[in-house]
Design a protein around this ligand. Structure first.
Ligand SMILES: Cc1cc2nc3c(=O)[nH]c(=O)nc-3n(C[C@H](O)[C@H](O)[C@H](O)COP(=O)(O)O)c2cc1C
Length: 210
C-alpha cells in the first residue's frame, strides 16, 4: 500500500455487511468502491463473519485494525482508504450526524438488521449508523436477502421506503445472460453503484450496446 491523504480520495461511503446470505455482494461492493477511489468505512456484524466463512474462501479477522489491513490487502486499497469500526465503537464518526458519510449501504442486509433499522433499535454501530442516515435524511440503501418474505419483513421494507431508504433486493436479473456467479454478483453491485452515482463498467446500462 502507498501512503495517501484523505484529500486524495472520493467521499467516504459506509458499507455494512450483516448476516444474510450473499456476503460476496458486500465484499465485491467494497472492491468496486476502492477501485473507484472512494474512501470506504466498513462494519461487519458477528453473523456476517460466520456467513463470510461459510460462503467464501475469504478469512477476515474481527479486530478492526486487523480487519482494515486484511480488507485493504484484498482490495488493493491505499493506506487510509478503508477504515473498519467495531460493533460498539460509539465514538466512531458514523455514530453521529456530524461525522457520518452522505451514503450508507447495508449489503447484504439480514431481516434482523432490517427490522432493527425500521424500528430504530440502534443496538449496535451498524444499526446506529443507519438510524443516523435516516434522521439526517442521507442516502441509505438496504440489500435484503430472504425467501420467502413474511408480513413483518414486507412491512419493515415498506416503512423504510417511506422514510426515504432504498430497498434493493439481492435478486439478480438474467437478461444479460450471466455466465458465472461473478456475473450475478456484479448485476447487484452494479445496481448499488448506480444508486450511489459511482461510475462503473460492470454491466452495460439498459439501451447501451454490449
Ligand atoms: C450461513 C447463514 C446464512 C444466513 N442467511 C440469512 C439470510 O439469507 N437472510 C437473513 O435474513 N438471515 C440469514 N441468516 C441469519 C442471520 O445471520 C441471523 O438472523 C443474525 O442474527 C443476523 O444478525 P445481524 O443482522 O447482526 O448480522 C443466515 C445465517 C447463517 C449462519
Amino acid at each position: 500500500m502507498t501512503e495517501a491523504s484523505r484529500a486524495d480520495f472520493a467521499p467516504p461511503v459506509t458499507v455494512a455487511l450483516t448476516g444474510a446470505s450473499g456476503a460476496q455482494y458486500g465484499l465485491r461492493l467494497i472492491d468496486c468502491l476502492v477501485a473507484a477511489n472512494h474512501e470506504v468505512w466498513v462494519m461487519i456484524s458477528k453473523a456476517a463473519h460466520l456467513v463470510i466463512d461459510t460462503e467464501t474462501d475469504c478469512r477476515l479477522p474481527a479486530q478492526p485494525q486487523r480487519l482494515t489491513e486484511a480488507l485493504s490487502e484484498r482490495s488493493g486499497a491505499r493506506a487510509g482508504q478503508i477504515r473498519c469500526f467495531a460493533r460498539a465503537d460509539w465514538m466512531a464518526p458514523v455514530a453521529s450526524g456530524s461525522g457520518a458519510p452522505s451514503s450508507m449501504v447495508i449489503c447484504p442486509c439480514s431481516t434482523g438488521t432490517l427490522s432493527a433499522v425500521a424500528t430504530g433499535a440502534s443496538n449496535n454501530l451498524i444499526e446506529r449508523a443507519a438510524d443516523v442516515a435516516l434522521k439526517e435524511r442521507r442516502q441509505l440503501i438496504l440489500v435484503p436477502r430472504e425467501a420467502p418474505l413474511s408480513a413483518i419483513h414486507l412491512e419493515h421494507m415498506l416503512a423504510l421506503t417511506r422514510m426515504g431508504a432504498v430497498i434493493l433486493p439481492a435478486a439478480p436479473g438474467f437478461y444479460h445472460r450471466p455466465a458465472s456467479v461473478d456475473d450475478m454478483i456484479d448485476f447487484i453491485v452494479a445496481r448499488i453503484l448506480n444508486q450511489l452515482g459511482v461510475e462503473h463498467a460492470l454491466l452495460p446500462r439498459w439501451g447501451e450496446r454490449e
